[in-house]
Design a protein around this ligand. Structure first.
Ligand code: HEM
Length: 400
């Protein structure tokens, strides 16, 4: 194939919500595609479910945060010590083990009650706003920020401050975008974390910052790594969940019969959340996570040379007919839904259980609390946050 005739990586959503026919056609064509990325680089786009798992669990592939020198990383925080997707092998396992206890069943159970009451509190505030009200401002942005404050052990009042910084860190991440504002925000976030972590010497507790301080004192991590771990957690835990709440709501607005089904049978909640994660994951534009083979590899008979750019199209894998029956149907009662929304392999999302708790707190009661909840604009009028990896919307005006 001539170089210039390579297909450009397709946008995977149209009208902000439905999977694009162009993406679905390519998924049907085969599991691995040679494409040109929006940056102009050539590489591979993996859309097959098994092939994606093979890439994500193969040690020959470097994670997203360790790109070959030819590529600029997608984010200013990639490459910083402690940011987990910038570490691999034993070093990654050592760092991941430090934050593991924060996600133990015990702490997650404790957080579950707090998540419910935070959601209730936010619903109450939303209900007294003049209509239309911005659902991002009153729910999808503050909910994960408040939950992450509880997990980290930072002052609840700080959530606006660090949520805005984490927002800035994740903005302008594309290879062509301006980055200085994100760099400054990343530095500010690190200073904030360092100060809060040091405070835990005087005022420890059952929280992630205390775990991190102990890890530093016991020589399990450097202070820089601990700060990176905590800052990465604020960023990863906040933006993706906010965007997922918005995409999930849009999915429910788009499929009123599924929303009615959930209201009539609340026992479908767990499955509904999985179906939202499968079919309407967060993300703007061209979705997926990067990997870079350190040596030549062959996946599903396709030869991929060392140091190439390989985008694992997690959203695309949800449409692989070998694993999902009628994948284009949004079915909140879908049986067996092994989607890869939280990735797979060593970098599998550590906050998956917490994200599910937050999504259940929203979708388990928002339609009962606001029976007439609807968008105040057409879905296509919502402004997608294109400059942020995780997507979501600038605002989401609703009526009820
Ligand atoms: C719906 C919400 C969420 C989605 C869709 C999501 C998705 C993902 C995905 C796809 C990855 C893998 C990245 C890769 O393999 O390169 C990941 C990693 C990660 N996520 Fe999440 N995430 C969500 C919520 C959270 C939350 C709530 C937290 C923490 C409180 C969190 C913390 C992390 C961390 C620390 C990593 C890096 C893990 C590692 O490299 O070992 N995420 N997430």
């Amino acid at each position: 194939m001539l170089e210039h005739s390579l297909p450009t990586l397709p946008m995977w959503r149209v009208d902000h919500i439905e999977p694009s026919p162009e993406m679905l056609a390519l998924v049907e064509e085969g599991p691995i595609h040679r494409v040109r990325f929006p940056s102009g680089h050539e590489g591979w786009w993996v859309t097959g479910y098994d092939e994606a798992k093979a890439v994500l669990s193969d040690g020959a592939f470097r994670p997203a945060g360790i790109p070959p020198t030819a590529f600029t990383p997608d984010s200013v925080m990639l490459g910083s010590p402690g940011w987990l997707v910038s570490h691999e092998g034993d070093e990654h396992s050592r760092l991941r083990a430090i934050i593991g206890p924060a996600f133990s069943d015990f702490r997650t159970d404790l957080l579950a009650q707090q998540v419910e009451s935070i959601a209730e509190q936010l619903f109450a505030t939303l209900s007294i706003q003049p209509q239309p009200a911005d659902l991002r401002k009153y729910l999808s942005f503050p909910l994960p920020a408040m939950v992450i404050s509880a997990l980290m052990g930072v002052r609840y009042e700080d959530h606006t401050f660090f949520a805005e910084l984490s927002d800035e860190v994740m903005t302008h991440q594309h290879e062509t975008g301006p980055r200085s504002a994100s760099r400054l925000a990343w530095e500010e976030l690190r200073v904030y974390i360092r100060d809060r972590m040091r405070e835990k010497r005087r005022d420890p507790g059952d929280n992630l910052l205390t775990d991190l301080l102990l890890a530093v004192e016991q020589g399990k991590a450097s202070e820089e790594e601990a700060i990176g771990l905590a800052a990465g957690m604020l960023v990863a835990g906040h933006e993706s969940t906010a965007a997922q709440i918005e995409c999930g709501l849009l999915a429910m607005f788009r499929h009123p019969e599924q929303r009615e089904r959930l209201i009539a049978d609340p026992s479908l909640l767990d499955k509904a959340v999985e179906e939202i994660l499968r079919m309407y994951p967060p993300g703007a534009g061209w979705d997926g996570i990067m990997r870079y083979p350190r040596c030549d590899v062959t996946i599903a008979g396709v030869h991929i040379p060392a140091e190439s750019k390989v985008l694992v199209g997690l959203p695309a894998t949800s449409f692989d007919l070998r694993h999902f029956d009628n994948p284009e149907v949004f079915d909140i009662a879908r049986e067996g839904n092994p989607h890869l929304a939280f990735s797979y392999g060593p970098h599998y999302c550590i906050g998956g259980a917490l994200a599910r708790l937050e999504l259940k707190a929203v979708f388990g009661s928002i339609f009962q609390r606001f029976p007439g909840l609807r968008l105040a604009v057409k879905p296509e009028e919502l402004e997608l946050r294109k400059e942020i990896i995780t997507g979501g919307f600038e605002e989401m005006p609703v009526l009820w």
